[in-house]
Each structure stands twice: as structure tokens, then as C-alpha cells.
Design a protein around this ligand. Structure first.
Ligand code: GLN
Length: 542
């Protein structure tokens, strides 16, 4: 097994995750099987309880793990399906060690960070690597070198390097090279962070330097000399508009040649599908098919909360050759305004993402009503689906006070907890998480989009369509076109295409399965409908 460990210096938010995802992509394109692991040095067991305001999106894996959004980058860049074991947090490691201690498995020893915690970390990394059958295991150590929290992890990978064969282990350090007002590139922060690494016994093999512009040759030389690496191992990673271009940039800088030489991996034939995809993206970005999609949400100020949705839109846009401009709308603002129209001027589609809680919910419902009545393409996801059910119940089926029992007490809880859930929820609640099968009804929009009778998509929700109201809601072209196997849990709501150009909402989150070269079917179909609307608008005389 070969290992590549990625650390970060100077500051957080430099794009370490994207860097590692890109290295994985490059190695995969060169024919190697890869497996990524993300280490998060926080004490939380997982990201499930973390506030998206602070932390960005909670990403959901197929097995239901709620993880850091970097795992989403890995899945999208490397086109792999990951599970809970690919995210190692301090919480997971310590709780395993403490549990073992309670069972007496340390035979009376004093349990310490070195060796017990570090052994646990190493065993977990190696376990995932071996089980995957990959050629190369990539490990990203979250946080910044020097953080107290990441110390045990850095110590564990230091030990691993000693224990593994010399040609099987590589350290990549990601740093920042800032500019002065005189546009001079400064290497001091990089020197300091490498110094901090070396104090811990880690010598980077490759230094990836982030910065506004490409590194100058003499700056590369300086970093090489002061940080004790070869000049070819100083990789310049300048800012780019398109994150999917990063593997190409790194490859052009010679990172793959260097990695393969160091790890003694043979240069195999390269697959160019990714390069072609990036080229298509570049072309569509200056094409004339410009689509405007409104996303009505609560965390509109923090776009990272909806990262996977943004990426899924990009994937579909690349395939359809259009450029999408997203307009973020704060749901609460809509509640104050009588008319929804002013918010949606020039918009070709409306998307309501997942969410929790009552704040902004009525604004979202108002947007759905606007989309339905004005025949604007609509895509509702999770909470967006539940609110679409409420909107249909109120305004199509005439149940004026229909609502969700998550939001208020109501005589018509069309969205409610299923009986068996009620008890559990009282004890702290359970979410329905991860992959579940969805059965698609024949001759529906959903069937046309997916072209399959059975699909598997990822979930993250507690509430469900109340089975008592299904018949009430299904009228005037509004139907549930996807359910679970038993037919009691509703998964897809649509308006039949004779009544609306595109109106679809899903209880699941299709965005988590979208990949740059394999867009998610609902997103693709939604954007296609948006393009149609924009063409129609253009054709109309002004
Ligand atoms: N709040 C809703 C529920 O718990 C929807 C969740 C979501 O959108 N992820 O069912």
C-alpha cells in the first residue's frame, strides 16, 4: 500500500481538500485505484450536529454517515463511494480507546496518547486502506499544523512513515504564498509552517503553494532551499475560477511525475475524460445559453451550506452546455413582501433546498406557489419537497391550514412523524439517513427522468408525508410518483407534464450523488426545463 498524507499550514480554507481530491483524480486517471480518508481533529463524533452556518454543509454518505463537506469533494473528484470509516474524527478515536479501556482490554496499563491513541489512529487508517484494495491511500489531516487538536494525528502519521517502506509514503504540505502591495511573493509563512512541521519530525516531500498567481521561478527556488525539498516538488497552485480545473493545473506543474517517481509507480496510460469535461465547462462558460436559477433558502448568506447543490447544478450545466447564474434569495424576505414576483424577475427556475425549522418556511411555500402558478420550472429537495406537499395541500386540495408538525400544531399535519418514529423522536430523535430504494411510478415525469423503476438515493430527514392525506393531495395532476417499497413513504411529488413544464420535488437529496461527468437526473431535467423557458422568453417579441 502506498500512502500520501496531506497537511496544511499558514491558515485554514486554503483548499487542502480540493488539492487532495485533485491528486486522487490524477492518480485515478493514470490507472491507479485510490482511497481517500479525511481526518477531522474535532471532538464531535461526526458532523451531524454541526451548525451549517459555522461549518458549511453536512454531507451525507451512502451508509448514512453525516460528514465534513470535503468528503463530498472526494466523491465528486475521484468518483468513489465512501462510508463512515473514511472520516476519522478525534471523537471517534477517543471513544474507541475509552471503550476499550473500560472493557479492561489494556490490561491495567496507563492509557496514553502515545502509544494508545496513536495506535488506534494508525490501525484505523491502515484498516480502511487494506480493506479497499486500493493502490494508493490518501489521507488529509484537517486543521492547520500547530493546532493542538491535530497533534496526535500528525504523530501517528510520523510513526507510519517510519514503519512503512521508504518508497511507500509521501507527505504533501499545502501552504499560502501571499503577495505584498508591491506584488512581491512572500515565502516566510511557508517557511514557518514547514519549520513547525519539521519540529514534529515531519519533512514534506511536496509543497503545494496556493496563491493568487503562479509562483515565480526564483520564489520556487527559495522555497525549495529553505524548506529542504527539490525544486520540482514545489508546486504552484494559483487561484482558479473552476475547481474542477485544479487537477489539470497540478498535473501541468508536474505533480504526477514527481509523485509517481517517488512512490515508484509506473506511468500507465492516461484517461482524458476529466480534461474533456473541463474543456466543455470552459466552453459553456462563455456560451450564450445563460440560465438564472433562484435558490430560496435560510442560510443564503453562507453558500457553503448548499455546496453539493451548487456542484450538482454545475455538473448538469456542463453536460447541457449552459451557464447558470444562481440567485440566492433569503426566504424570510419573501414573507414580508406581498408579491413574490419582484424576487423572481428574469428567473428561469426555482429551487428549494433542504432545511429545518419554521423560520423562512412560509417564504419558501410562497415561492413554490409562485413557481406552480406561473409555470416556472421547480425543483424541491427534502424540506423543499415537504413544503411543496404543504403548498399543494393548501392551494390545490383546499386544506387551508395544512402544515408540517415540525413547524407548528395544526389540524392538518400533512407532513408528520410516522407512528413508529414518534416514540423514538421523543428520546432524542432519529433521522432517516443515507441510501434507500425508491420505486418510481410508471409513465410519470420521474420515470422519464430516471429511466429506471428502482433508484437508490441518499436521505436526511425525520418527517414524512402523512399517509392519511395522500389521496387528498393527489388531484389535478399532482401525484406522488415515487415511494418506498411498501408504498407508505412518499419520495417524489410531481405535477404531470400536461399541467406544468417541470415541477418535481424529492424527499431525498439527489445532489449527493451527482458527479462532474455524471450529473444527477433531476438536476439535468430541471436545467433542461430552465433552458426551454429561457428560449421561449427570447422568442417572445419584447
Ligand atoms: N426538516 C425536515 C425533516 O426533518 C427536512 C430535512 C431536510 O431538508 N434535510 O424531515
Amino acid at each position: 500500500m502506498k500512502y500520501i498524507v496531506v497537511t496544511g499550514g499558514v491558515m485554514s480554507g486554503l483548499g487542502k481538500g480540493i488539492t487532495m481530491a485533485s491528486i486522487g483524480r490524477i492518480l485515478k486517471d493514470h490507472g491507479y485505484k485510490i482511497v481517500p480518508i479525511k481526518i477531522d481533529p474535532y471532538i464531535n463524533i461526526d458532523a451531524g450536529t454541526m451548525n451549517p452556518y459555522q461549518h458549511g454543509e453536512v454531507y451525507v454518505l451512502g451508509d448514512g454517515a453525516e460528514v465534513d463537506l470535503d468528503l463530498g469533494h472526494y466523491e465528486r473528484f475521484m468518483d468513489v463511494d465512501l462510508g463512515r470509516e473514511h472520516n476519522i474524527t478525534t471523537g471517534v478515536v477517543y471513544s474507541a480507546v475509552i471503550e476499550r479501556e473500560r472493557k479492561g482490554e489494556y490490561l491495567g496499563q496507563t492509557v496514553q496518547i502515545i502509544p494508545h491513541v496513536t495506535n488506534e489512529i494508525k490501525a484505523r487508517i491502515r484498516g480502511v486502506a487494506e480493506k479497499s484494495g486500493a493502490d494508493v491511500c490518501l489521507v488529509e489531516v484537517g486543521g492547520t499544523v500547530g493546532d493542538i487538536e491535530s497533534m496526535p494525528f500528525l504523530e501517528a502519521v510520523r510513526q507510519m512513515k517510519l514503519e512503512e517502506h521508504e518508497n511507500d509514503f509521501l507527505f504533501v504540505h499545502v501552504t499560502l504564498v501571499p503577495f505584498t502591495t508591491l506584488r512581491e511573493q512572500k515565502t516566510k509563512p511557508t517557511q514557518h509552517s514547514v519549520k513547525a512541521l519539521r519540529e514534529l519530525g515531519l519533512q514534506p516531500d511536496i509543497i503545494v503553494c496556493r496563491g493568487k498567481e503562479a509562483l515565480k521561478e526564483d520564489v520556487k527556488e527559495k522555497i525549495a532551499m529553505f524548506c529542504n525539498v527539490r525544486k520540482e516538488a514545489v508546486i504552484s497552485a494559483r487561484d482558479t475560477e473552476d475547481i474542477y480545473e485544479v487537477p489539470l493545473l497540478l498535473e501541468r506543474e508536474g505533480i504526477s511525475t514527481y509523485i509517481m517517481e517517488k512512490l515508484q509507480l509506473e506511468q500507465l496510460k492516461k484517461d482524458h475524460a476529466w480534461d474533456r469535461m473541463v474543456e466543455r465547462r470552459r466552453k459553456s462558460s462563455y456560451g450564450d445559453k445563460l440560465i438564472s436559477v433562484a435558490i430560496v433558502g435560510k442560510y443564503a448568506e453562507l453558500e457553503d451550506s448548499y455546496l453539493s447543490i451548487k456542484e450538482a447544478i454545475k455538473h448538469a450545466a456542463t453536460e447541457l452546455g449552459c451557464k447558470v447564474e444562481t440567485k440566492w434569495i433569503e426566504a424570510e424576505d419573501l414573507e414580508e413582501e406581498k408579491e413574490a414576483e419582484s424576487f423572481f424577475d428574469g428567473v428561469h427556475g426555482i429551487l428549494i433546498p433542504g432545511g429545518f425549522g419554521v423560520r423562512g418556511a412560509e417564504g419558501k411555500i410562497k415561492s413554490i406557489e409562485y413557481a406552480r402558478e406561473n409555470k416556472i420550472p421547480f425543483l424541491g429537495l427534502c424540506f423543499g419537497f415537504q413544503l411543496a406537499v404543504i403548498e399543494a395541500a393548501r392551494n390545490v386540495a383546499g386544506l387551508k391550514d395544512a402544515n408540517s408538525s415540525e413547524l407548528c400544531e395544526t389540524p392538518h399535519p400533512v407532513i408528520d412523524l410516522l407512528e413508529e418514529q414518534k416514540e423514538v423522536v421523543e428520546k432524542g430523535g432519529t433521522m432517516r439517513l443515507g441510501d434507500y430504494e425508491v420505486f418510481v411510478r410508471r409513465d410519470t415525469l420521474a420515470a422519464r427522468i430516471y429511466r429506471k423503476k428502482k433508484i437508490v438515493e441518499r436521505h436526511r430527514h425525520r418527517y414524512e408525508v402523512n399517509p392519511a392525506y395522500i389521496e387528498w393531495i393527489e388531484r389535478e395532476g399532482v401525484i406522488f410518483s415515487g415511494t418506498d417499497r411498501s408504498g407508505t413513504r412518499m419520495e417524489i411529488l410531481e405535477i404531470s407534464p400536461d399541467g406544468h413544464p417541470f415541477f418535481l420535488a424529492t424527499q431525498f437529496h439527489p445532489e449527493f450523488k451527482s458527479r462532474p461527468n455524471k450529473p444527477s437526473p433531476p438536476f439535468r431535467a430541471f436545467l433542461e426545463a430552465c433552458i426551454n423557458l429561457s428560449l421561449k422568453k427570447k422568442a417572445l417579441p419584447k
